[in-house]
Design a protein around this ligand. Structure first.
Ligand code: AKG
Length: 283
């Protein structure tokens, strides 16, 4: 176990949809994770979107996913670092399955922002116990593309229509089939919301619900900004493939049928099981 979350942390996650854990990961993990980022920048693999034809340091923005399938260092972080333990405690589930790893790099001056969105809109699942742990590997604040989240929006009872992050992104053309309500213009109405927007140090972590609305501005600072999200599935999550869902995992990759719990041990491996009573049972 990395460390026990406090009742306050767990309450904050349940109430706000996000909790900040200071110093969740130490220098050893950070240096391993930064080495992974360097290798991604040098040699981007599949599942990648990259503006980087100008090369490093020139406003390049890149995101990469599903490295865990082939990269031992990523697997080690997912399985051995205690990351699942933090998310499992926050969600209050009995077991936690891994979905995928997602790396975000914005070089100094990268104009690419991550627009306001809700992760669950893009994913082929239903269920409340879906969350990510977002870990900055560099110092972040608003100028250097820190993550911002609309507190409490995970409880609005809405699954908004997904939209492409970058209009010209041909790889995301599955998004055009999306149904649902359009996300409100959060940027235009910032003052109507309680927005989490705090500077973070490398190793601080945010655990947030897949239902919460969040975004990250472009990187107007002079330093590279890198972060990794790991995505997690709890007890109530069911497989729900639909036209507007990310097709990276296909029905034929799975041993479960639509509507069934996401219990495919190869594609969504169990990484964590509860060994201590839940906080609400202790109190
Ligand atoms: O780091 C970013 O720019 C975006 C992160 C994000 O949206 C996520 O992890 O869901």
């Amino acid at each position: 176990m990395t460390r026990a979350l406090t009742p306050r942390d767990i309450d904050a996650f349940q109430r706000d949809g996000v909790v900040l854990i200071h110093g969740a990961f130490g220098p050893e993990w950070l240096s391993r994770l930064r080495a992974i980022v360097d290798s991604i920048l040098e040699e981007p693999g599949g599942f990648i979107s990259d503006t980087g034809d100008q090369g490093r340091g020139a406003g390049r923005a890149l995101d990469a996913r599903y490295l865990w399938r082939e990269n031992d260092a990523v697997r080690s972080f997912v399985f051995d670092s205690g990351v699942a333990d933090l998310v499992g405690q926050a969600m209050g589930c009995e077991e936690l399955r891994f979905y995928f790893d997602h790396w975000f790099v914005k070089e100094p001056g990268a104009k690419t922002s991550t627009p306001w969105h809700q992760d669950v809109s893009y994913w082929p699942f239903t269920g409340q116990q879906i969350a990510s742990l977002w870990l900055p590997l560099t110092e972040v604040d608003r100028a250097s593309s820190g993550l911002e989240l609309v507190k409490g929006s995970h409880r609005w009872g809405k699954c908004y229509k997904p939209r492409r992050f970058v209009a010209s992104d041909q790889k995301s053309d599955w998004i055009h089939d999306a149904e649902g309500e359009t996300l409100p213009d959060i940027e235009a109405e910032r003052d109507r919301h309680d927005i989490f927007s705090e500077p973070m140090q490398p190793g601080d972590a945010l655990i947030f619900s897949a239902w919460i609305i969040h975004a990250a501005p472009s990187n107007t600072s002079e330093r590279t900004r890198a972060a990794v999200s790991t995505r997690w599935l709890g007890d109530d999550v069911r497989w729900r493939p639909h036209p507007a869902a990310d097709p990276s995992i296909r029905q034929e990759d799975l041993s479960i049928a639509p509507g069934e719990l996401a219990r495919d041990d190869d594609v969504f491996p169990v990484v964590w099981m509860r060994t201590t009573p839940r906080f609400d049972k202790q109190s």
